[in-house]
Design a protein around this ligand. Structure first.
Ligand code: 2PG
Ligand code: MG
Length: 419
């Protein structure tokens, strides 16, 4: 009864107004699963390939009509008749139908849409929520890393670092973490306005004032934490995603906002300085994806006390992660379903991280939709951390709101990961 009977797909819009793939998977018993695919802006070089039409007459070349046709054509034919409860078999069929290492032939966006919609359909057939369908014992709500200042590729300001986030480590529940985050967000808004900054938000819903240095952003953020009645470091800690691959040029880190370049060693010293001066507990992509020596050096120097999260450098790929583990790079991984393209591969990467003692952060993309699958995945894997943007913009708050509902549904069984 849980056999896949039909696959439908369409182009819908993401949070930046670009088209993306949405897939419906219908099972023989009538169960329907639907999933929409996210899209990045600061993408890693080794990500699975998002298929775009490239037709300048349609969506400025960003159409995904070919990916949609692949989903309803060859990929649908490959999974029709398979059991949706056997996610590994469905994903294996999708991967072999495409036949390329990076899913470029039929598109990782087409493949991921079917993979996630299948998981959702199986959950509907079982009559349980997605997180429980993936793990009947799942009960851990993740600590959110809430993005409150945007820079880099996610905003038009001169700020070199992409994301400044707050993690309410002192909260007792997920809901309390969201409340604390929302309070700081609004306190920060007022402080920015008072200082004459604009309060427009960037792609992930955080503010995007005309800051030029990380210090400026960090000063405003730590002040906003205190002004909201919290102790920075104890109640609310800070997390960064410099997205350093974006400004690594010719072997050095090119800080255009500050108008200077830092060598690998100077960049590491600078990051260490920030760690000393602010209550930062986690830095994602502190080093560029092709600066593995830098990654190793920073991990040796700061890895014992600071979470160092690999995003671009690992691209949610188990083999790349294993190479990083063997090489002493990072101590945590950012997990993005569309970087690798199927649910099974995503879960296998999470396993690889776990076995090595690397921490896992479930993550959105800067281009998102109302789809909340990653909220369920954070609970299903019990990974303990989620990065899903600011506490503004519905594409971001949809995930927080989903987690609030999951926490309520779990009732006394719910455990908040906290610090
Ligand atoms: C990142 C992500 C999400 P993008 O760098 O971690 O915040 O951005 O989706 O643009 O790659
Ligand atoms: Mg990143």
């Amino acid at each position: 009864m849980t056999v896949i009977e039909a696959v439908a797909a369409r182009q819908i819009l993401d949070s930046r107004g670009n088209p993306t793939v949405e897939v419906d998977v219908r099972l023989a018993d009538g169960s329907l699963g639907r999933a929409a695919v996210p899209s990045g802006a600061s993408t890693g070089a080794a990500e699975a390939v998002e298929l775009r039409d490239g037709d300048p007459e349609r969506f400025h070349g960003k159409g995904v009509a070919n990916a949609v046709a692949n989903a309803t054509g060859p990929l649908a034919a490959a999974v029709r008749g398979l059991d949706a409860e056997d996610q590994a078999a469905v994903d294996a069929a999708l991967i072999s139908c495409d036949g390329t290492a990076d899913k470029r032939r039929l598109g990782a966006n087409a493949i991921l849409g079917i993979s996630l919609a299948t998981a959702r359909a199986a959950a509907v057939a079982r009559g349980v929520p997605l997180y429980r369908s993936l793990d009947p014992d799942a009960a851990v709500l993740p600590l959110p890393m809430i993005n409150i200042v945007n820079g880099g590729a996610h905003a038009d300001n001169p700020l070199d670092f992409q994301e400044f986030m707050i993690a309410p480590v002192g909260a007792r529940t997920f809901f309390e973490a969201v409340r604390m985050g929302s309070e700081v967000f609004h306190t920060l808004r007022r402080a920015l306005a008072t200082a004459g900054h604009n309060t427009n938000v960037g792609d992930e819903g955080g503010f995007a004032p005309q800051f030029t240095t990380a210090d400026e952003a960090l000063t405003f953020v730590t002040d906003a934490i205190a002004a909201s009645g919290y102790e920075a470091g104890r109640d609310i800690a800070i997390c960064l995603d410099p997205a350093a691959s974006e400004f690594f040029k010719g072997g050095a880190y090119d800080y255009t906002g500050e108008g200077l370049s830092r060598s690998v060693g100077e960049h590491i010293d600078y990051l260490s300085g920030l760690l000393r001066r602010y209550p930062i507990i986690s830095i994602e992509d502190p080093m560029a994806q092709d600066d593995l020596d830098g990654w190793r050096a920073l991990t040796e120097r700061e890895g014992a006390n600071t979470q160092l999260v690999g995003d671009d450098v690992f691209c949610t790929d188990a083999a790349r992660l294993q190479a990083g583990i063997d090489g002493g790079c990072a101590n945590a991984i950012l997990v993005k379903v569309n970087q690798v393209g199927t649910l099974t591969e995503t879960l296998s990467t999470v396993d690889t991280a776990r076995r090595a003692g690397y921490r896992v952060v479930m993550s959105h993309r800067s281009g998102e939709t109302e789809d909340t699958t990653i909220a369920d995945l954070a609970v299903a894997t019990g990974c303990g951390q989620i990065k899903t943007g600011s506490v503004s913009r519905s594409d971001r708050t949809a995930k927080y709101n989903r987690l609030i509902r999951i926490e309520e549904e779990l009732g006394p069984r719910a455990r908040f990961a906290g610090r």
